[in-house]
Design a protein around this ligand. Structure first.
Ligand code: AMP
Ligand code: ZN
Length: 119
C-alpha cells in the first residue's frame, strides 16, 4: 500500500488538504507544521505511506538517508541560522510512547532563535 485514504499526510501529498509546501520531489514532500514549536518548524515526509520509523524496511533506507540529507538544506532555506551558532533539531516520534500522533512517518525539522514554544 503506497497511500492510505484516511491519512492526513497522504491527503496533504495529494493536495486534498492544503499545506505550506517548502519542498517536493518524486519521493519526498516537506511543509510547514500547522502548530510550530519553533520559529522554523517543518515536517519532512516520504510521499509513500510509511507508518513510522518502526516500519522502515531495508528498501526504504536510501529514501530515509536522502530525507536526512535534505533536512539541513531545508532548515537553512526556511530561516534557521548556520551551525554552530544556529542549527536545528530533527525529531521523529514513533508509536504511542514515542509521542506519535500522525501515523505517516515524518521528521520534524526545527530551528531559529530561542526561546522556542517547546522542544
Ligand atoms: P507527531 O506528534 O510527531 O505525530 O506530529 C504530528 C505533527 O503534525 C504535529 O506537530 C502537528 O502540528 C502536525 N500537523 C497535524 N496536522 C497538520 C496539517 N494539516 N498541516 C501541517 N501540520 C500538521
Ligand atoms: Zn499517509
Amino acid at each position: 500500500m503506497s497511500q492510505d485514504a484516511n491519512c492526513i499526510f497522504c491527503k496533504i501529498v495529494a493536495g486534498q488538504i492544503p499545506s505550506r509546501k517548502v519542498y517536493e520531489d518524486d519521493d519526498i514532500f516537506a511543509f510547514h507544521d500547522i502548530a510550530p514549536w519553533a520559529p522554523v518548524h517543518i515536517l519532512l515526509i516520504p510521499k509513500r505511506h510509511i507508518v513510522s520509523m518502526a516500519h522502515v524496511q531495508p528498501e526504504d533506507e536510501a529514501l530515509i538517508g536522502r530525507m536526512l540529507g535534505l533536512a539541513p538544506k531545508l532548515a537553512l532555506q526556511e530561516g534557521a541560522r548556520p551551525y554552530p551558532e544556529g542549527g536545528f533539531r530533527i525529531v521523529t516520534n514513533t508509536g504511542k510512547e514515542g509521542g506519535q500522533e500522525v501515523h505517516h512517518l515524518h521528521f520534524h525539522v526545527m530551528g531559529g532563535p530561542r526561546p522556542w514554544l517547546r522542544g
